[in-house]
Write a protein that binds this ligand. Structure first.
Ligand code: GTP
Ligand code: SPV
Ligand code: MN
Length: 580
């Protein structure tokens, strides 16, 4: 297969002449193609077939041990002006960046196959969907893209009729951290990534396209590309509210999107629309609507079990690719807190020794099609998306942030989002557990200056008078012994219910300096092993602690200088005044 689109054909020809692959494979996205590539990788050792009886069509991939997470320090936004990338991004001038990375691509695909992957982010017939082509020399990337996106002939047809697409060039190169770069050229709608085979660095449709490039396009075109799950919450009466939540990496998006209501909440149902990325638009009535640009999940494996997330646990029992998990003696995948079986082999393929390393890497992942999810919403395929009632920000905070609070209005909500901080996790290389500012959970993913991004967020209140309400949650408060105060997982439904009650004006709230909090009686804790003191603690706001927080936000905002939107600064001044 080649293409009728000459700009696409000439780009492919140029890249082939530069990278010198042995052959070129245009991906059509068929099941036969998927199966052939899986077989090829199983033969070459890139994949290992898992226990056929209990894990049919499941495979283990072990990545290079130095290549197990996103690499934020090697990720660049290459705009003409440095200030357009902002202090939130690493920047390199486009000419220099091209030169630097092109040298690494010269001859990089010698002896390899170059795969051309046409993909569509979003339902194929959605006006909000956007397409791209990823060129890669990794068959692992191809099969992951097949599970994660609408990939193949239909996407190519759409690209040919639209005439434009995001260009993504990827090679695993030498897997040498010294020769690894993930570069974005928003003006050229181009991504170049070399030296890593890991998810967010290599599956270019995901963070590189659907967040970094898309956030840039979204600003120009008046929409939002966000690191958010989308979940439908259906009440026993049968009405459904859709909620979009931005939590940083490994802070609970997949789990909340697939939540199983506990027995104490009869009649409630949860529908998954998306678990990682949402594209938000205003419709002609000013209603904010969301589509999920993805079609599958690249989820954190450790911690998944029948108690925390039975949907996910069952979903990954067939046609799943596991990356960097351990193995049991009967060749089943194993990870920390799996609760069944024992590991004998660790993620590096060595005999398991608890003293040495966990069996599964803390950032080990599953890749699975959304069609495996028993709670997958039919509306996830709706071209117009679903109406959003609430936007929820959150972070992983041992202290300070209450279980839930509501912003006073849109502008205040933008400040709540801009002020998000969270402990770092294993999803990116670097130290884990350090609190850092992660506005809107987009620190690693916003393709332009955060100051301009906040301004873009603020602009929505001029365009609509019925925007979603904005909230903040924290599932991760701990006591002095390091135990989580809130049970989390399925029980988070109780907090979603309060959020919906607020959206429907069904319950009052009490006003504090930081926003509106639930009265304790309005959070249902029936059947929970939680004392009223602990609930009080979870719902308390300590002004002196918040003053330290707000001062730290103020310091952070200073790095954006004059570009910080005045309306955000005004909200900040109001909040600070309320605390003193
Ligand atoms: P990315 O895919 O990296 O964007 O992560 P994510 O935000 O989808 O996070 P995920 O749902 O995979 O959860 C990450 C980790 O947090 C897992 O180890 C979960 O078990 C744990 N976790 C998720 N929800 C909760 C919760 O409500 N409470 C607690 N204590 N842990 C949770
Ligand atoms: C994240 O780190 O937020 C992920 C995994 O969802 S990755 O695809 O690597 O970005
Ligand atoms: Mn993510």
């Amino acid at each position: 297969m080649t293409t009728s689109l000459s700009s696409l054909q000439s780009w492919i020809d140029t890249i082939a002449a530069q990278t010198l692959p042995d052959n070129i494979h245009w991906c059509n996205g068929s099941e036969e193609e998927y199966n052939l590539l899986i077989e090829k990788m199983n033969n070459s050792g890139d994949l290992q077939e898992l226990n056929k009886e209990n894990y049919p069509d499941c495979y283990l991939h072990r990545s290079d041990p130095s290549d197990v997470a996103r690499v934020e320090h090697l990720t660049f936004i290459c705009t003409k002006n440095k200030d357009d990338a902002g202090p939130n991004n690493n920047w390199m001038a486009p000419t220099e960046a091209h030169q630097k990375i092109d040298r690494l691509f010269d001859g990089a695909m010698k002896g390899r196959t170059m795969y051309v992957i046409p993909y569509c982010m979003g339902p194929i017939d959605s006006p909000y969907a956007r397409c791209g082509i990823e060129i890669t020399d990794s068959a692992y990337v191809v099969v992951n893209m097949k599970l994660m996106t609408r990939m193949g002939s239909l996407a190519l047809q759409r690209i040919e009729s639209e005439g434009n697409f995001v260009k993504g060039l990827h090679s695993t190169g030498e897997l040498d951290p010294e020769k690894r770069f993930i570069m974005h050229f928003p003006d050229e709608l181009t991504i170049k990534s070399i030296g890593s085979g890991y998810g967010g660095n290599a599956l270019l449709g995901k963070k590189c396209h659907a967040l970094r490039i898309a956030s840039w396009q979204a600003r120009k075109e008046g929409w939002l590309a966000e690191h958010m799950l989308i979940v439908g919450v259906e009440s026993p009466q049968g009405d459904t509210h859709y909620i979009a939540c931005a939590f940083p990496s490994a802070c609970g998006k997949t789990n909340l999107a697939m939540l199983i209501p506990p027995n104490s909440q009869p009649g409630w149902k949860i529908w998954t629309l998306g678990d990682d990325i949402a594209w938000l638009h205003l419709d002609e009535h000013g209603q904010m609507c969301a589509i999920n640009p993805e079609a599958g999940y690249f989820g954190v494996v450790p911690g998944t079990n029948a108690k925390t997330n039975k949907n996910a646990f069952d979903m990954i029992k067939n046609k799943t690719i596991f990356t960097n998990v351990g193995l049991t003696e009967n060749n089943e995948p194993w990870w920390e807190d799996k609760d069944i079986g024992k590991p004998t082999i660790d993620w590096k393929g060595k005999p398991f020794d608890a003293a040495n390393s966990p069996a599964a890497h803390p950032n080990s992942r599953f890749t699975v099609s959304a069609s495996n999810n028993p709670a997958y919403s039919k509306l996830a395929e709706a071209p117009e998306g679903v109406p959003i009632s609430a936007i929820v920000f959150g972070g992983r905070r041992k202290t300070l942030a209450p279980l839930v609070y509501e912003a006073k209005n849109w502008e205040h909500g933008v400040l709540v989002g801009a002020g998000v901080a969270s402990e770092t996790t294993a999803a990116a290389t670097g130290e884990v557990g350090v609190v850092r500012r992660d506005p809107m959970a987009m620190k690693p993913f916003c393709g332009y200056n955060f100051a301009d991004y906040w301004d873009h967020w603020l602009s929505f209140s001029k365009r609509s008078s019925n925007l979603p309400k904005i909230f903040h949650v924290n599932w991760f408060r701990q006591n002095e012994a390091g135990k989580f105060l809130w049970p989390g997982f399925g029980e988070n439904l109780r907090v979603l219910r309060w959020i919906i009650d607020r959206c429907e004006n069904r319950v009052p709230a009490y006003t504090t300096a930081i926003g509106n909090l639930p009265n304790a009686k309005d959070i249902d804790i029936s059947d929970l092993d939680i004392s009223s003191e602990v609930l009080e603690e979870l719902l308390s706001v300590k002004n002196n602690e918040w003053l330290d927080e707000i001062n730290s936000i103020g310091e952070y905002f200073k790095s954006y200088g004059d570009r910080l939107p005045d309306a955000l600064n005004q909200e900040f001044i109001k909040l600070k005044a309320g605390l003193t």
